[in-house]
Design a protein around this ligand. Sequence first.
Ligand code: HSE
Length: 308
Amino acid sequence: MKKIKIAVPATVANLVCGFDVLGMALNDPYDTMELELIDEPVINIKHTDDYGLPEAAEQNVAGVALQALIEDFGNNIGFNVTVHKNIKPGSGLGSSAAGSAGAVVAANHLLNEHFSKEDLVRFAMNGEKLATGVKHADNVAPCIYGGITLVRSVFPLDIISLAAPDLFVTVVHPQIEVKTADARQILRKEVQLKDAIKQWGNIAGLVAGILKNDIPLIGRSLEDVIIEPIRSILIPGFGVVKQMCKEAGALGGGISGSGPSIFMLGENEAIAKQVEQVMTNVYSAMGIDFKTYVTTINPQGVKILSSE
Ligand code: HSE
């Protein structure tokens, strides 16, 4: 096998209360990537989208992730990479994670599955470091494993694949850009004990709800008393959207990753579409351009479209 084409899912990091530790993969939107294995030590990257991302390997999330993989493989290999991005950079839907995770998953197929999934997360985190300044794994892990993942620890890596509940996800992406690095910069460095207690109760409740498929417990646990009160200031309409979506039947939801996208979980497609209508009404009334998605949780992560 020399060439491969893959679809790489968008991801929702944090899942409200699990800052930097929880994430889930979506069925829509997704990027496509093509990788070709070559026998010279170079990484050539070409973007066929219009986002103007850097193509030099050392400035590209796929490039730095592949570089880490090649160093570990220790052979005279390289890759030609073509990326078609549909996940808009700065959307909060794991755009940079898709680039780095997709690249290493595809490369690993071309290398006959030489590396473990955990190795791939380790390589892909170099892309997150380049994009956000921090090696967090809550987007790359679900992108690679599929479903909902828990990153119990980054150093050393400890990833637990939880489940892919049969829930609908509605996303609105107001067309403003929030840089993850900025959205991390504004966070407080200290947390009050009473807030920490609420937060870890919610994280534990959410994980238990996901594992037991206890939908009301999932809903009750989607509460964030630490990050959301600060970050939501960057997202116009956040409070109104959240409240109205819940009134329309959403289980709960919040900021997707570092924003500005907002996601809501729903028990069925009818609710998910009602929630989409609420999001549409709010942002139309505010005169802010937006894009919506009604989708489901992606159980498999990166998908191979073709190989030769
Ligand atoms: N956990 C990260 C953050 C995800 O919220 O900053 C960034 O997409």
